[in-house]
Design a protein around this ligand. Sequence first.
Ligand code: NAD
Length: 467
Amino acid sequence: SAALNELELPRVVAEDPAKIIEIVDAMHDVVATRLAHPRRFRASQLKALERMLDAHQQDFIDALADDLGKSAVEAKLTEIDMVRAEIDHAQLHLSEWMESKAVKIPLALHPAAAKIEPQPLGVVLVIGPWNYPLQLMLAPLVAAIAAGNVAVLKPSELAPATSIALGKLLPQFLDQRAYAVIQGGAGTSKVLLEQHFDHIFYTGGEKVGRIVARAAAEHLTPVTLELGGKSPAVVMDGSHAAVARRLAYGKFMNAGQTCVAPDYVLAVGNAAEPLEKQLAKAITGFYGKSPMHSRDYGRIVNRAHFNRLVSYLEHGEVVIGGGYDEATLKIEPTVMINVDPDSPLMQEEIFGPILPILKVDSFDAAVRFINSRPNPLAAYLFSENPRLQSSFGDQVRAGAIVHNAPNLHVAVPGLPFGGVGASGMGSYHGRHGFERLSQMRPVMAKTAVVDTLKAIYPPYTWAKSKI
Ligand code: NAD
């Protein structure tokens, strides 16, 4: 927007290795000063982040529309408000999270005191993707601030408007000594990853996740990998309008470019045909007869992803949608059946508005199908049957189990959000983010004035082993 363009040049660096190294070094110096440790500093920076979102909500909405054709309401709900909720939650609980917690001591070690004292890790590198380019940079930042860290943010080059807005606005609200935004693509990431960090928080695809983990190993840096995968939705009964609406909502939000979106449906028994009919109604209900012209329906991020998605349309039979427009990078909300489980459509994460429905004979067959593939970020079951719900949870390994409502678990700050196996490692949101970016440091204290440990010193006797 015009207002944004008038702002002063930010702390933006494009692929200048010397400058990047200088910024990272400066961040380590700041850690040594403990600038970001005090509770008041953390609280002030959370407040500043909130002020930035309040003052520039429209700039971010405009940027997200530029990058992804996101509707204003969707941008507010799924990006800005998600970050606000994380900030609110952190503000409410910060003091409690920061408290050290006393721990019981075995009798033989009495008298002593033991506690767990959360400590900041130091410099956190946050590398983010383009699909929720605001939320997925700022939610990890909330955790980093709450935990008393300083942070370097590397937003995605594929969402340039949002990345540039962040780079311009963040330094105007937050303490520039403690938080920096570095712009650039893979080249910039590479230079960053050669530096030493105290934690790397990466959100994105699995391929780059491996590059990040490999680079982190050189410095023994702990990593959080928030990856994706093919999150399945098992549908037991396809005749309920609400089931179709929820699937359509979870899938077609952000034009399917959501890490936790239902990737495909496993329709059990006769669930497929009624589900198709209900999905058609749900899609029209949401986006009208011409979804590509709906202001509530987004576009594909770029041509490469658009072409990849269009190529999937060959791997089965299109029963709803299937239209696309290269000029606007829009693909209709699409449902496919008779898909080949070995085709790229069913091997790669779809990450677009194409929903394949596969028929399976039974609930057990659905579970076997899911478990024969890499662990997804979420697994959804549409059933009201408590026995099936608990059986699903017992048998399926996924980053999250959600019943009858895709995507929503991400919006609960009290729930840890993250993957397992191929969908990632480590989790965050709320206290889980705070602990992820803290060292939960044990502190034990005894006095040496009276030596209460004589009973365990050498020379050893068997009696001493029985204490
Ligand atoms: P990506 O892997 O292409 O890029 C992510 C980040 O990595 C970007 O900042 C990019 O600049 C950087 N990068 C790209 N190439 C690099 C390289 N060679 N070396 C170092 N860094 C590099 O991911 P994406 O396409 O932006 O995001 C889509 C993926 O992210 C999907 O798989 C999706 O499921 C996943 N995702 C996961 C979550 C989650 O929270 N678990 C959220 C959103 C997206």
